[in-house]
Design a protein around this ligand. Structure first.
Ligand code: HAM
Length: 419
């Protein structure tokens, strides 16, 4: 029988890569709790309508990339392609606004988009995201960007650039859209097929085309920054001043348009030139109308999501994760020693150490070789059992000591010092 394989665009995350994931997850929890964010877990599938309305019918995500299916009760459901729509729905449905003030939420989990897989682009991928709901203050935008930047630095990344833009309010965009249509229409025959289609549906997205000729034409296209209302302009300037004050390097990129339709005013991406074509490790922005569009009260909001596959690619390049080590690796020689080894492993674990028991039944030398990933080997032989002792061999220094099993608990403090 032929062996089964994972589906295209999905992958297993196994050791040693998993250690990077565990490290980034622990760091995320720490940084986000320091900044008073609360975790939220929303369902992996939701009604198709939520994403269609939330993300926008004219986006690639909704038009081409969703995993949509009909369940046995004839409902149209979709595997979440991102986390913002679900968080916004939950905010409305659970009346989180009733708690007053600003809600700072975070989430981490699998997302699904039917895209062409390549390095850093999967069909099942993972995001860490934050959503700050209930503040129109530019400090909320700058704080969100600062938290992303703190997190990326805390997992060891350097040389990241924040690309910053304002896509204006929905009202600002009405005249900008028209200006784009007027500009691109004479070039229609030269645009790539997708861009031609976007001209009427979503002209802003033409600026994001990867086609060479379309990019050349876009060079001279009108800039959104010339279409901002005084209020949007002021908001944008305040965000910039705050980032400067925080020493966060950014560059203004008036061509930055995001792939989701809910953005208003601030839009940003954090890029790394170590990632090749899929250079955005983080993307986000302000979305002041989404919650009202999903049936809630007018609630300004801002957030971002980091693509964790891309983050792990970058972490591996700077190789900051050491292999996770156990404290003690327990090897045994002889029947009596084997019989006692599990209870000794449990004594170490209950004392708060990590301990791995060799279960291979292999020759002693082979077992001992495997201990090299631990900080120390605990050696139990039949003769040791008879004299009521174990040997501890510290693998860093080669130091060896005998400890009476009866006195183990008295030795824990001294052992802890040596780890
Ligand atoms: P997004 O730009 O679509 O934004 O995705 C955010 C990040 O997820 C991207 O920068 C990228 O690192 C990662 N990503 C997206 N698609 C894939 C894929 N197919 N494979 C691997 N990584 C991927 C959003 O999803 C918004 N919900 C962000 C947001 C939150 N805006 C406001 N709040």
């Amino acid at each position: 029988m032929s062996s089964l394989q994972v589906t295209r665009g999905t992958r297993d995350i196994i050791a040693p890569e998993i250690y990077y994931w565990q490290q980034l997850e622990a760091t995320a929890r720490q940084i986000l709790s320091q900044a008073a964010y609360t975790e939220i877990r929303t369902p992996i599938f939701e009604s198709t309508e939520l994403f269609a309305r939330g993300i926008g019918e004219a986006t690639d995500i909704v038009g081409k990339e969703m995993y949509t299916f009909t369940d046995r009760g004839d409902r149209s459901l979709t595997l979440r392609p991102e986390g913002t729509a679900g968080a916004a729905r939950s905010f409305v449905e659970n009346k989180l606004f009733a708690q007053g003030g600003v809600q700072r939420l975070w989430y981490m989990g699998a997302m699904f988009r039917y895209e062409r897989p390549q390095a850093g682009r999967q069909r099942q991928f993972h995001q860490l995201g934050v959503e700050v709901l209930g503040s129109a203050d530019p400090r909320a935008d700058a704080e969100a960007i600062a938290i992303a930047s703190d997190f990326l630095q805390a997992v060891g990344l350097k040389d990241l650039v924040v690309d910053l833009n304002s896509v204006g309010s929905a009202e600002d965009r009405v005249s900008y859209r028209q200006a784009l249509v007027d500009y691109f229409t004479p070039f229609i025959a030269e645009l790539d097929t997708d861009s031609r289609d976007r001209l009427t549906r979503n002209p802003l997205r033409i600026l994001d085309s990867k086609d060479k000729r379309t990019q050349e034409i876009s060079q001279e296209a009108p800039s959104i920054l010339d279409y901002l209302s005084p209020e949007s302009q002021q908001h944008f300037e305040k965000v910039q001043a705050l980032l400067t004050d925080l020493n966060i390097a950014y560059r203004i990129n008036p061509r930055l348009v995001r792939g989701l339709d809910y953005y208003t005013r601030t839009a940003f991406e954090i890029q790394s030139n170590l990632l090749g074509a899929q250079s955005a490790v983080c993307g986000g922005g302000r979305y002041d109308r989404l919650i009202a569009e999903l049936g809630g009260a007018d609630t300004p909001a801002v957030g971002w999501a980091i693509g964790l596959e891309r983050l792990v690619i970058l972490m591996q390049q700077v190789a900051i994760q050491k292999r996770s080590q156990v404290d003690f690796y327990i090897v045994s020689r002889g029947e009596k020693a084997e019989a006692k080894s599990l209870s000794i492993a449990q004594i170490f674990r209950k004392a708060g150490f990590s301990a791995e028991l060799d279960l291979s039944g292999a020759k002693f030398d082979k077992q001992f070789k495997r201990a090299s990933n631990a900080k120390a080997a605990v050696v139990i032989g039949d003769s040791e059992i008879e004299s009521g002792q174990i040997q501890i061999k510290w693998l860093g220094t080669g130091e060896q000591e005998a400890i009476a099993i009866a006195d183990l608990s008295d030795s824990f403090e001294a052992l802890r010092q040596k780890l």
